[in-house]
Design a binder for this molecule. Sequence first.
Ligand code: F6R
Length: 630
Amino acid sequence: MCGIVCAVGAMESSSFLLAGLKTLEYRGYDSAGLAVLDASGALRRSRAKGRVAELEARVAEENVSGQVGIAHTRWATHGVPEERNAHPHVSGELAVVHNGIIENYAELKAQLEALGYVFVSDTDTETIAHLVQACLSGASAFVGEQKVPCADLFVAVRCAVSHLEGAYALAVVREGEPESLVVAREGSPLMLGVGAQGHYAASDASALLSVTNRMIYLENGDVGRLTRDAVELVDARGDRVEREVVTSHLSADSVELGQYRHYMQKEIFEQPQALGNTLEMLSGAGRLQPGIFGARAEAVFAEVDSVLILACGTSSYAGNTARYWVEQLAGLPCNVEIASEYRYRASVANPRQLVVVISQSGETADTLAALHHAKSLGHRHTLAICNVPESAIVRETALCFITRAGPEIGVASTKAFTTQLAALFLLTLLLAKGHGRLMGQGAGDGADNACEQDLLDELRHLPVAVEKVLALEPEIEAWAQRFSDKHHALFLGRGRHYPIAQEGALKLKEISYIHAEAYPAGELKHGPLALVDGQMPVVVIAPNDELLEKLKANMQEVSARGGELFVFADGDSRVETSDGVNVLKMPEHYGLLSPVLHVVAQQLLAYHVALVKGTDVDKPRNLAKSVTVE
Ligand code: F6R
């Protein structure tokens, strides 16, 4: 989703701003722009529809340079992706970039138009530009009782944001104040970089790593003035505050593509490492300690009587998978709700329920709002499973587990998902333990009282097991060719592999644009069988589990209607290739953790089909990486 990069420093800023925008390209966008204050202090702006490369050419052509600047990639919400809607938006001598959505922009726009401000875009952001200008010029509707112009940009932005409703991360520069820029944050992420030669701001730390790894994470309500040598911050009440400078452990290398063709491919192949890092605490022979979820986790896990998982998209499928584990191993009722639905539904809170929010980015607006909603209903026990330690979701939950997948750049989530599954399995084991459901050595996997050590050993072995699935890439690539002329696909799974069918279908649709639907295989005859014909490939996830024989019967239903099956079967599943039935043998049967292996095969299938289709794998159309608006 939209990205912000800003700089006030000793060096010429536009090349840094453009490089920062390129780092943020993975978030998804459809236009880009920047504004700088040039050597004479004049405001210079360049914008372009399309890629940052087009903006770069425009900046070179127009010779836009200066030491203070703000830049933006826009993912269209209000108004089509056209240059006139691209940020920065200007009002008189000032320019603004903004992430988020201003919910009361229509009312503000009407007030500003009545004052004579003329709008030239369809965006909510232009409202902010005119609002700051109105505060600078002392418009009585906005400056309140003092009825005098706001003294400078810092004061004017503080005045302006007091009128905004919604979410924003914003940055403003103004002619006449050539050595500073002003930032503000509410809801949308924004961090400051503290560098040797200046100060910086961005919506994502990765954009700043080329100049610094020392970050200040702004809190909601913060407004700041950045100069080359200082940062001045006030909080939501207007009081001066100091925020901690944190060293980011991200390295510039971790966001490099390296030997891979796409970030998605790189991230699929990083999964053994990502799982190993996430499960590092199991590296000794030690037992599982609840403290990995936070100091109070042991007491909370023993007290809770059920689990409610809230998440969106791929993260919600991790939740759907975990539901099978939690109910089977921990014996606790577990519900999974799509965050964007839960937040608007009248639901009954249970203060003894554990609310688990799952998010790669930790900034997904719907998931964050669902968490706020759960808390407002009286839920006391909240836990985040998240890949970004400094994110809003982590800061707002009582307990947390940070997956260590590393930065995920490809829009389609891969390594974040498998590490979420690993974290959810650990959580399940601790809940089971807290409720007296884990036994000592030898009780066996899947029993009512499973054996802790056996399950931990399986977890420890996961990175190796995933490596073996990755070795299937050539066979999966060959299958992908067969999807080149297809427009629809059906994915079938049962039990804990139904969510993997959902995730496989989501991966395929988002990056190859093939319409894909997932069904629990037993549902086939209740409707979707009507769709099956020679043009509808049916992908089946066929682990050797308690439902395999039922699943084979479902596959017969497809074959009998002329459908072509693509079956991912465990080595010992006794499903063989025949006419209309293509079988790929997975390396090992992996019991409760089998979804982690099967999803890797689904990721590879989607990736290679997308290559065959020639789509933009890492930046699929219309999608954004971090969905920070509703
Ligand atoms: C799909 C995908 C999305 C995200 C969803 C939630 O590949 O990546 O469906 O899973 O937008 O994002 P997070 O996990 O950041 O909350």
